[in-house]
Design a protein around this ligand. Structure first.
Ligand SMILES: *[C@@H]1O[C@H](CO)[C@@H](O)[C@H](O)[C@H]1NC(C)=O
Ligand SMILES: *[C@@H]1O[C@H](CO)[C@@H](O)[C@H](O)[C@H]1NC(C)=O
Ligand SMILES: *[C@@H]1O[C@H](CO)[C@@H](O)[C@H](O)[C@H]1NC(C)=O
Ligand SMILES: *[C@@H]1O[C@H](CO)[C@@H](O)[C@H](O)[C@H]1NC(C)=O
Ligand SMILES: *[C@@H]1O[C@H](CO)[C@@H](O)[C@H](O)[C@H]1NC(C)=O
Ligand SMILES: *[C@@H]1O[C@H](CO)[C@@H](O)[C@H](O)[C@H]1NC(C)=O
Ligand SMILES: *[C@@H]1O[C@H](CO)[C@@H](O)[C@H](O)[C@H]1NC(C)=O
Ligand SMILES: *[C@@H]1O[C@H](CO)[C@@H](O)[C@H](O)[C@H]1NC(C)=O
Ligand SMILES: *[C@@H]1O[C@H](CO)[C@@H](O)[C@H](O)[C@H]1NC(C)=O
Ligand SMILES: *[C@@H]1O[C@H](CO)[C@@H](O)[C@H](O)[C@H]1NC(C)=O
Ligand SMILES: *[C@@H]1O[C@H](CO)[C@@H](O)[C@H](O)[C@H]1NC(C)=O
Ligand SMILES: *[C@@H]1O[C@H](CO)[C@@H](O)[C@H](O)[C@H]1NC(C)=O
Length: 562
């Protein structure tokens, strides 16, 4: 194993004539993983089918590292699909080559080939996750990333007795790629999933659950850290544990001001760490996850369950379900979002940009473009500022780094082509969108404010937006049309939540800020896979800075060729 590339010394000295130093060296490790992408037979809901997995595991293996470590993952692709893996939430400073979205920062790893993702975990600690970033392969190709603080650094909250991963997903009985292909051919949303899952298991509300229920054993009086990850493709989820409150302490690998809640909301792409105290009458309590959807669109609204089981309690006891917010409870969703605050302590400050260099206003729209072979002659589409993103055939980061022309245009508009009443009565006529591979160019170290505005084009709907390469601050969220004259007064300039994925509420807006200090090409997209596929995405080209350590590092030799 390679020796540490960085050493930090924690220690203290005592002495009189002889100086005696007691030191402990905190070494940054190299954590190495082998990921074999392969096809594995898996059975759920009484349906067996071959799925794409990593190392035959569903969900896949957990990456464990400490802040400061180097992580080296050799991904070998033995599945029939060309694919890539994204390390969701890792900032990948100057190192977009290890970010993973196919055709944005790399070309896919071809069947039979390998690519080594090599990155440092710098200035981040908490729960993140990884997933395939091409087609809908992330339906089965996903897993957790656990980043512990450096050795000797405690959590800034009561130390839990034990921790547990709780990863939400979606299961289809049919081959997911076939399901998506059918939807695309028809120009309609593909069939919805057949179940939600917790750690790959749907739980007792589904058939054939005997082997497919996740149970977590707890001891009376102990405190547990639950690392929650929403790896579902299309559903924002409410989560609760019968009889137990949860204390939220971290979101998207950023510590928060702790607060207690009986339920929480987690969107696809987001993570949440909670403390749970086993302080109830010993028994069996359901943990449950069910979608939040506040518009009448068809989605899989089924409830996944797992069991919080006190030690020594017989399995025969039937657990009770928690009371989850009703599926359309927008008020709970908004209130929960407003309760999230960065910890903003001396050690973990919230470095909110107070002066903004560049203001961006992007509208989120759904639409229909002509498609002669589709149902009704149209195909559903989605856009930012009325542009449905067209995927390139070579990696955008390569095109940028090697100055290859003709791959993209850096002319993505800072505001929509026409202003209208974005959240008024639904617009159902002329829902066409423009198409293009258009990006926004941002000079190094620019402070950016981006307002994401939902629109009534076809229908309003909530959208979790994810930015690669950065965390951002969520300045404010509102319902209706963003008002640049009045709404900035609502901004939280002190301790706004810092995260990598944020919900834009149905018929509302969300304002985020970040400092563009990470050069590269960084994907911005709705984390509902349905909408990503329909074009609800673009990317920022963040230019190099003047100094050598402000430039994109050279690509690794094994970067997959296009
Ligand atoms: C998976 O199951 C199918 C059908 O049940 C079977 O033909 C195939 O050999 C199995 N593959 C593996 C790798 O077990
Ligand atoms: C990655 O794994 C493959 C398959 O095991 C192996 O052939 C290759 O040498 C590995 N690459 C590196 C850099 O270790
Ligand atoms: C994988 O990529 C290669 C080279 O670009 C291409 O020839 C092949 O058709 C792709 N395979 C699939 C399943 O798309
Ligand atoms: C990781 O950090 C080390 C030490 O600072 C540096 O030499 C190396 O280039 C970094 N790797 C990447 C991919 O940024
Ligand atoms: C989608 O659902 C319809 C209706 O249940 C069914 O006929 C069709 O076969 C499904 N498509 C796929 C790809 O499974
Ligand atoms: C959960 O919190 C609510 C509101 O603070 C409180 O009324 C309730 O008693 C708590 N429940 C438990 C089990 O601690
Ligand atoms: C779930 O959706 C179905 C229609 O798809 C509906 O009949 C049912 O009432 C919904 N259940 C809940 C809990 O909203
Ligand atoms: C939520 O759904 C319930 C049951 O379908 C309905 O009675 C209620 O009016 C809805 N609430 C809102 C705010 O739409
Ligand atoms: C087809 O178009 C009609 C009329 O615009 C509309 O009512 C219907 O929902 C459309 N069907 C589909 C499947 O989009
Ligand atoms: C936008 O539409 C909403 C709903 O129809 C309406 O209440 C509001 O007054 C409109 N705003 C403007 C500026 O026209
Ligand atoms: C979006 O672009 C299409 C194609 O240029 C155009 O027909 C449509 O009016 C535009 N819609 C909006 C809301 O700007
Ligand atoms: C970025 O700009 C700020 C002023 O807005 C400056 O204080 C800081 O030093 C700059 N950072 C770098 C890395 O250039």
């Amino acid at each position: 194993m390679a020796r540490p590339f960085s050493l930090r010394m924690l220690g203290f000295c005592i002495g009189y004539y002889v100086l005696l130093c007691v030191a402990s060296w905190v070494e940054a490790d190299v954590k190495r993983y082998q990921f074999n992408v392969q096809v594995t037979n898996v059975s759920r809901l009484c349906h067996a089918k071959p799925i794409v997995t990593v190392n035959g595991m569903y969900p896949g293996p957990t990456i464990r590292a400490r802040e400061g470590d180097r992580v080296v993952i050799n991904v070998t692709n033995n599945a029939q699909y060309n694919m890539s893996i994204h390390w969701h939430g890792l900032k990948q400073y100057r190192n977009g080559w290890a970010d993973g979205p196919a055709y944005i920062t790399q070309c896919p790893i071809k069947t039979g080939s390998s690519y080594v993702y090599d990155f440092n975990v710098t200035g981040q600690r908490g729960t993140l996750w990884w997933h395939a970033h091409i087609l809908w392969l992330r339906a089965t190709v996903y897993g957790a990333i656990v980043i512990l603080p450096p050795k000797g650094t405690p959590f800034p909250f009561p130390q839990p007795d034990r921790e547990e991963l709780v990863v939400f997903g979606e299961w289809w009985n049919e081959d997911v790629e076939e399901v998506v292909k059918q939807g695309n051919d028809l120009g309609l949303p593909p069939n919805m999933s057949d179940a939600h899952t917790i750690n790959g298991k749907p739980g007792p509300l589904f058939p054939c659950y005997e082997k497919h229920t996740f149970a977590m054993e707890v001891e009376q009086g102990k405190t547990y850290l639950l690392r929650l990850i929403n790896a579902a493709l299309n559903d924002e989820l409410f989560f609760a544990i019968a009889g137990h409150n949860m204390t939220v302490v971290e979101i998207d690998a950023v510590y928060t001001k702790p607060f207690s809640t009986h339920a929480l909301l987690i969107a696809p792409g987001q993570t949440t760490n909670v403390l749970v105290r086993a302080n109830q009458i010993p028994g069996r309590y359901f943990m449950a996850a069910r979608p939040f959807v506040d518009v009448p669109i068809p989605i899989d609204n089924k409830t996944a369950t797992a069991i919080l089981q006190y030690k020594g309690v017989p399995d025969a006891i039937v657990p009770t379900l928690p009371s989850l917010p009703s599926p359309n409870d927008s008020a709970f969703a908004l209130d929960y979002a407003h309760r999230l605050r960065s910890l903003n302590s001396g050690k973990y400050p919230a470095t909110v940009p107070l002066k903004v260099d560049r203001k961006l206003f992007y509208t989120i729209g759904l639409g229909r473009n002509a498609c002669p072979t589709c149902v009704n002659g149209t195909r559903l589409t989605a856009s930012l500022n009325n542009i449905s993103f067209v995927m390139p055939e070579v990696g955008l980061l390569q095109a940028h780094y090697f100055n290859r022309k003709g791959v993209y245009a850096a002319d993505f508009p800072d505001k929509p082509p026409t202003a209208f009443n974005y959240t008024g009565a639904p617009v159902t006529a002329n829902l066409r969108t423009a198409r293009g591979t258009r990006l926004s160019r941002i000079p190094y170290n620019t402070t950016v404010e981006l307002v994401l505005q939902d629109t009534n084009l076809l229908t309003v709907e909530s959208h979790p937006f994810h930015l690669h390469g950065y965390n951002f601050f969520v300045m404010a969220t509102g319902i209706g049309n963003f008002d640049p004259a009045k709404d900035p007064a609502k901004y939280n300039l002190v301790d706004p939540p810092e995260r990598n994925t944020v919900g834009v509420p149905t018929g509302g807006w969300t304002a985020i800020r970040f400092r563009a200090d990470n050069p590269g090409v960084w994907f911005l997209h709705c984390h509902l896979e349905l909408h990503t596929g329909w074009g609800l995405k673009t990317a920022f080209v963040v230019e190099d800075g003047a100094k050598p350590d402000q430039k994109v590092i050279p690509p690794p030799k094994d970067l997959p060729p296009c």
